[in-house]
Ligand binder design. Structure first.
Ligand code: XIL
Length: 302
């Protein structure tokens, strides 16, 4: 294949990108999105603060712009994200207890119902595990509603859109030896054992010099897949430039290709200058839309 999506399709995988609403105003960026990618994640426009700015008053206009562009151009959509401790609307941030639990479940139900039939996979719960060595849950207002909040969110999402794949998504879960990775693994194992509806695990894959691509990545992806879930790289970006950056992207591709249930890779934006961490130049295209060494390495590894 001569594009990322075509090369990935040769092994029945997808290659995606995050896109922000402002990409739609930049024809150069959209030419790249349309040519290279066949899975779209809204960078911010489908998050809780965007879709429910006032309690029980939903606004899907920014999300719809992205979803409608994607679908009318033959792309699939990854929904991101139904329940998360971050980017909550102001009204939710100080809620607690049963009120918060019910508000969260209402949000999951209403958003997943609105987009029913249009979403390939939902990030149902994002970033619920703690960094560091505990292997436990992150403290958050949602966690304080009770340890079963994650499975409650998954059950609500399944009921609302039975056709969407339901994923748990997190970062720093790449290295198999990290406690956080083990914590998420044990949750997924428990969910599968008890019939909690989970179909997939997303690995954000935000890497930098202090947090490099682990050499055991294929082990991590393979062990999760062996639990009976698909795995995906969902927000890939890697600090750096030139051949060292390219080799790290190639390592990610090789790890995914080595696991049958690794079904796709999504990068977290198109041009370096549009990245949420632009100073890391972590993407596949430079600010002018030129292909970087990392692009060529990724394409050749697929
Ligand atoms: C980031 C966006 O890229 C930024 O534009 C925004 O200001 C903050 O969120 N993990 C996630 C993504 O799941 O939603 C985050 O996206 C990056 C980290």
């Amino acid at each position: 294949g001569s594009t990322l999506q075509a090369a990935a399709a040769e092994t029945n995988r997808y290659f995606g990108t995050a896109m922000a609403g402002h990409y739609l105003n930049n024809s150069g960026t959209m030419t790249i999105v349309n040519r290279e990618f066949n899975m779209i994640t809204a960078e911010n426009e489908m998050k809780m603060d965007a879709t429910e700015p006032s309690q029980n008053q939903f606004n899907f206009s920014a999300g719809d712009q992205i979803v409608n562009w994607a679908r009318s151009n033959g792309k699939q959509v990854r929904g991101h994200a139904l329940a998360w401790h971050s980017q909550q609307p102001g009204w939710m941030q100080n809620m607690s207890g049963a009120n918060l639990r019910n508000a969260m479940l209402n949000h999951v139900t209403r958003v997943a119902t609105y987009y029913k039939g249009k979403i390939h996979s939902w990030d149902v719960v994002n970033e619920a595990y703690a960094d560091g060595n505990s292997g436990g849950r992150r403290d958050s207002n949602l966690q304080r509603t009770g340890n079963d909040w994650i499975e409650a969110a998954f059950r609500a999402a399944r009921a609302a859109d039975p056709g969407a794949k339901l994923c748990y998504n997190d970062y720093n879960t790449d290295n198999w030896s990290h406690a956080k990775t083990q914590g998420v693994y044990n949750m997924v194992k428990d969910f599968k054992a008890r019939g909690v509806p989970i179909d997939c695990v997303g690995f954000q894959a935000h890497f930098n010099s202090g947090n490099p691509v682990p050499s055991n990545y294929h082990t991590t992806l393979g062990n999760f897949a062996a639990l009976g879930v698909d795995v995906q790289i969902t927000e890939l970006d890697i600090q750096g430039s030139g051949s060292s950056q390219s080799q790290q992207f190639q390592g990610i591709v090789q790890a995914c290709l080595s696991v049958a249930r690794c079904t796709g890779i999504t990068v977290w934006g198109v041009k370096d200058t549009d990245s949420w961490r632009a100073s890391d130049t972590p993407l596949l295209f430079d600010g002018s839309g030129n292909k970087k060494a990392a692009y060529t390495g990724t394409l050749n590894a697929l």
